[in-house]
Design a protein around this ligand. Structure first.
Ligand SMILES: O=P(O)(O)OC[C@H]1O[C@](O)(CO)[C@@H](O)[C@@H]1O
Ligand SMILES: [Mn+2]
Length: 452
């Protein structure tokens, strides 16, 4: 008991919907049920498609899935106990063990339930239950309930995508003439484009359209003052210090891993950044990490990744399709690769990765730089806890550091560490919704070699 208390003092509690009126509470009470309703509606609207593909069996599967999801929605709304998963997938046992872990933390008195448990766990659990509902109802088990919203969001950002591809091709043509300083400036710009791309997620908008309309490069200077912590110089140093002479004496850059977040416009910004890193000699290889199941509405799956490259390639615009050709050849040559791992769709804080997914941790250790995109990754990096704003980022990571890493995140959850004295208080007075509006962002770097 004494040891438990000491631990609790070291680590603040998890954000949870049990705090009435909190962002977590409002998410669980309002946003998650809305997302579930939209999922049910999507499945219903696809009834004819299921009939055409699978006949009457498809229609029966549609009905059963809707039944499962309506029950899930009711469990959520009435704060019922969290149930074990029973779909026998590769991560089912881990999920059920995690439920036991949550139950031990809560003690025996109350069951683990939607409003009483950590928000991070509950929110991840909802998406995993959606997957279970689909999976248990063949023949529609492969259906991605969020696919329509993701493709729509890609097409709605078309002008912004075109302007970004045109920009990329412009300096790709002049790359050899760029000085080191100019290269660094371009790097900073494209890092920021990828950062702000994170505004376009479909979870914060409960599935409503949220695409990029304005030209991303032109908006950067106006957005600069909204970056609360900017460690991008350290990211640049991590990249340049990974450049080493290869066997042939030529300088060989390092490996960059990008832990992706959303499909649609954000993914395009990540691919543009990755393209720049390779063509500018700042990365020899980029490994993309995505989700193995549909997740938080807009997160990238393997299908989204390939689809986006194919769409870019097939575009009716010279520079956009040229960009797509380049991306496809990076994939073919193995310069780019896509990976998924069940851990990315588990509810764990990343400080648990070394113990709970040692294979993934070991893979990440091979990177010279890991970019973690988005809000959910930030929540998992910092454990989604009630940290004081001035706690250093390194400390909130609680020992997680497979390689130098950087979080590129727009703020959409009420957690933020690594601020200067007074910075949080000022923001609270100026703009009370600063942590959840997506208007502010951080570029936060941590290296395992730095003092902890
Ligand atoms: O796509 P992102 O940036 O991870 O954001 C996901 C969103 O979903 C949430 O988890 C809330 O539902 C927020 O943390 C965030 O707004
Ligand atoms: Mn997301």
């Amino acid at each position: 008991m004494a040891a438990n208390q000491a631990l609790r003092q070291l680590v603040p509690p998890s954000l949870s919907a049990k705090v009435e009126g909190s962002f977590a509470y409002l998410t669980v009470r309002d946003r998650l049920p809305t997302i579930l309703t939209r999922v049910i509606d999507t499945i219903h609207r696809n009834k004819n498609k299921f009939f055409e593909e699978f006949g009457e069996e498809g229609v029966q599967a549609e009905k059963r899935t809707i039944g499962f999801l309506s029950k899930l929605r009711n469990e959520l709304l009435t704060d019922k106990p969290v149930l074990v998963l029973c779909d026998g997938l590769e991560d089912t046992d881990s999920w059920n063990q995690y439920l036991q872990r949550q139950q031990r933390l809560l003690g025996e008195r109350d069951p683990v339930s939607w409003f009483k448990s950590p928000w991070l766990y509950i929110e991840c659990y909802m998406y995993r239950r959606i997957q279970e509902a689909i999976w248990l109802n063949p023949p529609i088990s492969d259906f991605d309930v969020f696919n329509e919203s993701k493709t729509q969001s890609f097409f709605e950002s078309q002008q912004a995508v075109i302007s970004l591809c045109t920009y990329l091709q412009g300096f790709n043509r002049n790359m050899d003439d760029l000085s080191e300083t100019q290269l660094m400036e371009q790097f900073h710009k494209l890092l920021q484009v990828s950062l702000w791309g994170n505004r376009c997620d479909l979870s914060i908008s409960a599935g409503m359209e949220n695409s990029q309309k304005a030209s991303p490069i032109d908006s950067l200077s106006d957005l600069k003052s909204f970056i609360l912590v900017d460690d991008s110089n350290m990211v640049w140093s991590a990249l340049t210090s990974a450049q080493r002479p290869g066997e042939d004496g030529k300088i060989t850059p390092g490996r960059v891993d990008i832990v992706l977040d959303n499909a649609g416009f954000e993914l395009v910004t990540d691919l543009v950044l990755a393209n720049f890193l390779v063509s500018a000699g700042l990365a020899r290889e980029v490994r993309f990490h995505g989700k193995s199941i549909p997740w938080f509405v807009s997160d990238v799956t393997s299908h989204d990744f390939q689809w986006t490259i194919r769409q870019t390639l097939a575009a009716n615009h010279k520079w956009m399709s040229k960009t797509g050709v380049q991306w496809q050849s990076y994939v073919r040559e193995g310069v780019w690769s896509y990976h998924d791992h069940p851990f990315w769709t588990m509810p764990h804080e990343y400080c648990d990765m070394a113990g709970d997914a040692p294979d993934l941790y070991a893979t990440l250790q091979g990177a010279d730089l890991i970019l973690f995109k988005g809000d959910l990754n930030y929540r998992k990096l910092t454990g989604d806890r009630e940290w004081d704003h001035m706690v250093p980022f390194d400390r909130a990571l609680r020992g997680f550091g497979p390689a130098p890493l950087c979080s590129l995140r727009t703020l959409k959850a009420n957690i933020q560490v690594g601020l200067q004295p007074g910075q949080g208080e000022n923001l609270n007075t100026q703009d009370p919704s600063w942590m959840t509006s997506g208007k502010y962002a951080v570029v936060q770097f941590s290296s395992p070699h730095r003092e902890q």
